[in-house]
Design a protein around this ligand. Structure first.
Ligand code: GLU
Length: 283
């Protein structure tokens, strides 16, 4: 397929496990099948959670698996000025606002909302004098996307769609109508981090000419938010191919927090990359 570009975009917050290997192999195989390009992107914007040894391990583990990728690799922490520029543009258009509420306050609000946990946070900018006061006091804040302002800017969300060539967690396929309310007024930047995942990933997918986003179904809902950001930023929309999440013998998905066996542990047991690839369904 002409111009097929995909990427694997891990965050170096831990060692890669089988779930990552499956996702990287799936994206790599898709690029190969389409005679396209495979990129690796390091999503390390949150320097409080990312560690250099995990980034080094990503390169080692993927190379061990037999994958090759284009260089130079884009490292998001080196590109903060790009995201700041995008954020400034959104701020100038009144599409984002500073939110000073803590996570705890928001969780309490959501708990009180009529639809319970399903009700995502929606807010509004503070009155100017109140905001200046808090800024002067050095209070932390997050930049949130205003769905109300976004809806006004786009003349409504009707007609906003993305194409799913894989499937969502509930079997969603084909042309998907975007439901921005799924994410509420999402955080696009935090005072301490400078940018948040949705904005950095959306910006980079466009900048890097990604035509197909191949990733796990856990990020299917993120596509609704990212498609909205594409519309607001005037960026092209890639095709999405979400794949099912790999599950272990206990039927549970592999996850860092459950201490899933890492690729380096698998390697240390003497398993060959060929054997692991076969186990995951790749030759
Ligand atoms: N960095 C994200 C993660 O590790 C993946 C982002 C994406 O594929 O869009 O979960």
């Amino acid at each position: 397929m002409a111009g097929f570009v995909t990427r694997f975009a891990p965050s170096p917050t831990g060692f890669l496990h089988r779930g990552h290997a499956y996702s990287a192999l799936t994206a790599h195989a898709a690029a190969r099948a389409a005679d396209g390009r495979f990129l690796l992107r390091i999503e390390d914007i949150d320097q409080t959670r990312c560690r250099p040894e995990f980034e080094t391990a990503i390169y080692e583990d993927l190379a061990w698996l037999g994958l090759g990728w284009e260089t130079p690799v884009r490292r998001q922490s080196d590109e903060m000025a790009d995201y700041a520029g995008a954020l400034d543009g959104l701020a100038a258009r009144g599409l984002i606002y500073r939110c000073f509420r803590t996570r705890k306050e928001i969780a309490e609000d959501i708990g009180r909302a009529p639809h319970g946990a399903m009700e995502m946070f929606r807010g509004a900018p503070l009155p100017r004098h109140d905001e200046s006061h808090r800024l002067a006091a050095g209070e932390p804040f997050a930049w949130r996307l205003s769905l109300a302002a976004a809806e006004a800017a786009l003349g409504g969300f009707g007609g906003l769609t993305f194409v799913e060539e894989g499937s969502g967690p509930n079997g969603e396929q084909g042309v998907i109508a975007v439901r921005p309310e799924l994410g509420g007024d999402v955080v696009l930047a935090r005072k301490d981090v400078g940018v948040a995942y949705h904005l950095a990933a959306t910006f980079d997918d466009a900048l890097q000419g990604v035509s197909h986003v191949v990733r796990g179904q856990d990020l299917f809902e993120a596509s609704h938010i990212q498609r909205l950001l594409q519309a607001l930023l005037g960026l092209p929309s890639p095709v999405y191919r979400h794949h099912p999440l790999l599950t272990g013998p206990d039927g549970k998905r592999y996850a860092k927090r459950d201490r899933a066996e890492t690729l380096r542990e698998i390697r240390a047991r003497g398993v060959t990359p060929e054997a692991l690839r076969r186990e995951l369904g790749f030759d």
